[in-house]
Design a protein around this ligand. Structure first.
Ligand SMILES: Nc1nc2c(ncn2[C@@H]2O[C@H](COP(=O)(O)OP(=O)(O)OP(=O)(O)O)[C@@H](O)[C@H]2O)c(=O)[nH]1
Ligand SMILES: [Ca+2]
Length: 510
């Protein structure tokens, strides 16, 4: 009787303990989830900002970038927050208006001050890089170029940011940073170089080449086949990024940007005329009068200079793609080459390799001509588009494209034909390789150009080694915590059930 009472008491006690434990675990899990959801939120992201001014030959653009401070060595984390186009021409044309530089910059710099929180102004780095317009001016008039750069620095110092330098960048830098930008935005530097990739085949790390067409210069940059990296050391750049070596070919053709190429073409075309130029690269019915001094003031046209008895020329459009193509051909001298292969003017060009991203005027022009969305994006398709477009009368075009700046509209025939000539005759893209050129303006809302790569480099945001993998994210942490707690509960309950059973056994034994 006593024993039965005893075992009843034991069973009752075990049951109560089980209920209390179960209840406690339930409360603990609810508490854990609640704490995980409320207290364990990630720390507010510490955002950093950076500003780059791209002082191009035709205009100045300002790019504002942002990135989370704790992730700055990861790839693809820096994003363009905003951009602003400065009204007016490039800084190389500002020599006579130096006192107006502050006004020139102010609208876009104020935009940057608005976009970037005030508390970050003082530690936001600002870089200005001037490109081919200033390179040309520097070669023609070094003193004037220095005065402009000093004044630009002085002006930028008036804004509350951390100005880290305003300088003229080289054509090689322009090419290299454009290449870095594309591959950074496309995630090419880290994606394929993961730990399980033992493949040392150079193709397994293929990057995208970069083609930039500015107003005064144009750049071609790509990773050639390894055997082709020794012929012209001055064209090679070497990078060690995210634990991998890259040998990159680059060349910048000064005077072969869209605007300077047009001046070259006009300077050549005017030879032997009486001041009237019937130009197949402009539409029928189009007329433009230009000062001879404007054509010959750049060093790009000096090789065509002759004494002329007139101060102005009159360009009369004679829209004809085939004749325009033939006239542009003459700007590319392919008659000599002291290397195994050349692009033009005796410049070494290794065998083209991989895909290319083509931006700036490559994109603006071919986007207008609807070539970027073409289903068969090859040379013949573009030639057909241009043949039709160039033959259209100017009056008809003006009526159809009322919202497009007349200056841009009048030059699409020339510019499209120039792009075709540059890619085909200059860089030797063939029917097979044309479809490897991808015309682009932005990748994930960030503009493709040299400025992002420039900032990444100057702020040391591209590490030589692969960054170590990061700890668990907040959500993974909460999930794992709850998951393992549940397992623990199940295990404890099972253990208690097993522990609970022997009370019957004890009873039997008794
Ligand atoms: N159609 C069109 N042309 C543009 C546009 N923006 C710029 N351009 C022209 O395209 C050419 C190249 O422009 P950019 O890439 O800005 O040239 P840039 O940076 O000033 O010149 P570089 O110093 O040689 O790099 C120039 O002739 C510009 O006038 C645009 O939105 N539409
Ligand atoms: Ca440019």
């Amino acid at each position: 009787m006593e024993d039965t009472k005893d075992s009843e008491l034991k069973r009752c006690c075990s049951k109560n303990i089980l209920i209390i434990l179960g209840f406690s675990f339930l409360i603990a899990i609810i508490a854990l989830i609640a704490v995980g959801m409320t207290q364990n939120k990630p720390l507010p992201e510490n955002i950093k900002y950076g500003v780059v001014l791209d002082a191009g030959s035709s205009h100045t653009s300002i790019y504002i970038y942002a990135w989370p401070a704790e992730k700055e060595n990861d790839t693809g984390v820096v994003r363009q927050l905003d951009e602003c186009t400065v009204k007016g021409p490039g800084i190389s044309k500002q020599a006579e208006y130096l006192d107006d530089l502050e006004m020139y910059m102010s609208e876009c710099m104020e935009k940057a001050m608005h976009v970037i929180p005030q508390s970050h102004h003082q530690d936001t780095p600002v870089y200005l890089g001037a490109t081919a317009g200033m390179r040309l001016l520097s070669a023609e008039n070094r003193t004037q170029a220095r005065i402009i750069m000093d004044k630009v620095t002085h002006t930028l110092n008036k804004f509350p940011f951390d100005l880290r330098g305003a300088r003229i960048i080289t054509g090689e830098e322009e090419g290299a940073y454009g290449w870095i930008t594309i591959n950074y935005l496309m995630g090419e530097f880290t994606q394929k170089s993961s730990w399980f990739n033992f493949n040392t085949d150079e193709n397994s790390f293929e990057t995208s080449g970069a083609l930039d067409l500015g107003g005064a210069s144009t750049q071609i940059t790509f990773q050639p086949f390894l055997n082709d990296t020794y012929e012209s050391p001055k064209n090679m750049l070497y990078f060690y990024l995210y634990g991998k070596y890259y040998s990159v070919y680059t060349h910048s053709f000064l005077c072969y940007g869209k605007d300077q190429a047009l001046l070259q073409k006009l300077a050549k075309g005017i030879q032997g005329t009486n001041g009237i130029l019937y130009d197949p690269c402009f539409h029928d019915g189009y007329e433009r009068v230009m000062n001879m001094s404007d054509i010959f003031k750049t060093s790009c046209t000096q090789k065509f200079y002759m004494a002329y008895p007139f101060n102005q020329i009159k360009i009369i459009g004679a829209g004809n793609y085939d004749k325009c193509y033939a006239s542009l051909h003459e700007l590319f001298n392919t008659s000599f080459c002291f290397y195994s292969s050349c692009s033009f003017n005796g410049v070494y060009l290794p065998k083209l390799k991989g895909n290319f991203g083509a931006f700036s005027a490559f994109y603006y022009v071919l986007e207008f001509l609807n070539f970027t969305s073409s289903e068969v994006p090859n040379k013949d398709t573009l030639a057909n588009i241009l043949r039709e477009f160039c033959s259209r009368p100017w009056n008809e075009l003006k009526k159809q494209y009322k919202n497009i700046k007349e200056n841009y509209l009048s030059e699409y025939c020339f510019a499209g034909t120039y792009i075709l000539t540059l890619l085909h005759k200059g860089y030797h893209f063939t029917m097979d390789t044309w479809n490897r050129v991808h015309f682009m303006d932005k990748i994930q809302n960030s503009s493709v150009g040299w400025s992002l790569g420039y900032m990444l480099n100057l702020t040391n945001m591209i590490p030589a080694e692969q960054p170590v993998s990061r700890p668990l994210s907040n959500s993974t942490y909460v999930f794992l915590m709850v998951f393992f707690s549940l397992i623990l509960v199940v295990v404890v309950i099972l253990a208690l059930l097993i522990f609970h059973k022997p009370s019957y056994i004890w009873k039997d034994i008794a």
